[in-house]
Design a protein. Structure first.
Ligand SMILES: [Ca+2]
Length: 162
């Protein structure tokens, strides 16, 4: 009768290889986690929110349009943001119509009514979107994936740079 090799060297080698593989996996995981900030780089960001328009909140169209969000293209090429959305904590959603932002440029989304131009979009609202004390702006791409988020929590300022 032959003896089984359960205590033989083959099993030990397998264990050792397993430990080596695990070490390599940990090393790779470390490398990738270190490089993740670069992967998180975005082409378009929310660069700022003017959430407390000047003067009293009279809901005049002028006052509504003094409340706005800026999106900036951080790249050297045109970025298409058609069907991208901006939303607040309360669940108001704006969807960009056919829109592109030239390299390095900014587009402004104003709360009130107006005629869209290449540099300005209008949400066409009759009430304010951005709370004067605290809120969060969420930018999502056409697939609904989060692109950028900007939160503020201060009545000491009217504008949040993101
Ligand atoms: Ca406001």
């Amino acid at each position: 009768m032959r003896q089984s090799g359960r205590n033989g060297s083959t099993g030990d080698t397998t264990k050792r290889l397993g430990i080596v593989a695990a070490s390599v996996a940990v090393a790779l995981a470390t490398v990738f986690s270190v490089s993740s900030p670069a992967q998180a780089a975005t082409a378009v960001k929310i660069s700022g929110i003017y959430y407390n328009s000047p003067g009293n909140d009279t809901r005049s169209n002028t006052s509504l349009n003094a409340e706005y969000v800026n999106l900036q293209n951080l790249t050297r090429s045109t970025q298409v943001i058609t069907n991208w959305t901006i939303r607040d904590v309360a669940g108001h959603v704006y969807k960009f119509p056919t829109t592109s932002i030239p390299a390095g440029r900014t587009i402004t989304l104003r709360t009130g009514k107006g005629a869209n131009s290449t540099t300005t979009r209008y949400w066409q609202q009759t009430n304010y979107i951005w709370n004067n004390d605290r809120d969060t702006a969420y930018l999502r791409n056409a697939a609904g994936a989060s692109v950028y988020t900007c939160a503020y929590n201060s009545t000491a300022a009217s504008y949040k740079s993101c």
